[in-house]
Design a protein around this ligand. Structure first.
Ligand code: AMP
Length: 312
């Protein structure tokens, strides 16, 4: 397995395409390639055909689009606004690297983003709605045919500002992806188990809670699974880790065409591995070179470090 793209499934990804300026204790970049949809597309395209929907200005370097096209990412859904400026995000991480401090968000052309799903994208098997306005997420769900699995991400901004719309999204998607702080805020439960179960009651068949360097958990009715994070000796920039996780998960599900619980567990581990590669370098500088062999090696290592035998 993982030797070639078997063409089973296509992944539709909708979200931000950005120029990121990021500083961490280990370095900094100015206006580097970023955006939630770009990280997810880069990770997913190692395993499946990706269809991207987003918006850029005419200042967006052609080389970045060429890079995605070379990975087989279908860019027919990327709108280029003449005379417009690309979305820019500036953030800083302190030493614990757990939480970005946002220094500036310049929405630019992203402010008027209205995702239009090209007709050729509508039969995508896996749909990943990255962190955008839940109203826009809903509009995408209305434009696609019944996918095998739809996945949504979100953030505190929407939990606080567009709760009703977000609840509508959650009642319609198959898998909700959130970090620990978000699921606690959404449900009002401090216990992650309780919060995860309460999120399931909002509609999705699966809830995945990302816990950064402490791994991720998968909840479904009556089931709980904990995936580890890969223990990284070199962590330079965690920007995009959550989106790389989502892209790895979505890409693997499309690659295998299997969205049953047992395979979702594997998909979480693939997501965790993609996130680990993302964090090793700034922007997509490590993620872009990951191979199937790299994935398989870390998959084996994660299995070994989490296996514990029977007692006695
Ligand atoms: P993550 O580190 O996984 O939370 O994702 C970081 C990526 O999200 C960066 O590449 C940013 O360009 C992008 N981003 C930051 N703020 C926003 C926002 N308000 N809406 C959409 N994307 C964003």
């Amino acid at each position: 397995m993982l030797h070639s793209i078997n063409g089973m499934g296509k992944v539709l990804i909708v979200g931000s395409i950005a120029l990121d300026s990021v500083s961490t204790p280990f370095g900094q970049v100015e206006e580097a390639l970023g955006g939630a949809a770009v990280y997810a597309a880069c990770a997913a395209s190692l395993l499946a055909e990706v269809r991207l929907v987003g918006v850029v200005g005419d200042d967006f370097p052609q080389g970045h689009l060429d890079f995605l096209a070379q990975r087989g990412v279908d860019l027919r859904g990327v709108q280029r606004i003449e005379g417009g400026k690309t979305f820019r995000w500036r953030g800083r991480y302190e030493y614990d690297m757990a939480q970005a401090k946002t220094l500036a968000t310049d929405l630019n052309v992203f402010a008027d983003f209205r995702p239009e799903i090209p007709p050729e994208y509508r039969d995508s098997e896996i749909v990943f709605l990255a962190n955008i306005d839940p109203e826009l997420q809903l509009s995408v769900l209305k434009q696609v045919e019944k996918p095998l699995l739809s996945i949504c991400d979100t953030m505190n901004f929407w939990i606080e500002g567009k709760r009703d719309e977000l609840l509508k999204v959650l009642s319609r998607v198959d898998l909700a992806l959130m970090n620990d702080a978000e699921v606690r805020e959404l449900t009002g439960h401090a216990s992650l188990l309780k919060a995860g179960r309460a999120a399931l009651e909002l509609g999705p068949r699966y809830v995945v809670i990302k816990k950064g360097e402490h791994g991720a958990v998968l909840l479904s009715e009556g089931h709980y699974f904990a995936a580890p994070s890969y223990p990284l000796p070199t962590l330079r920039d965690p920007t995009g880790a959550g989106d790389s996780f989502a892209g790895g998960l979505a890409g693997f599900l499309a690659y295998t065409g299997d969205v049953q619980e047992a395979n979702l567990r594997r998909a979480l581990v693939i997501g965790a591995i993609m996130a680990s590669y993302c964090c090793e370098q700034f922007s997509l500088d490590r993620l872009r070179d990951v191979t199937h062999e790299d994935l398989l090696r870390r998959y084996g290592e994660l299995r070994d470090i989490t296996a514990f035998g029977e007692l006695g």
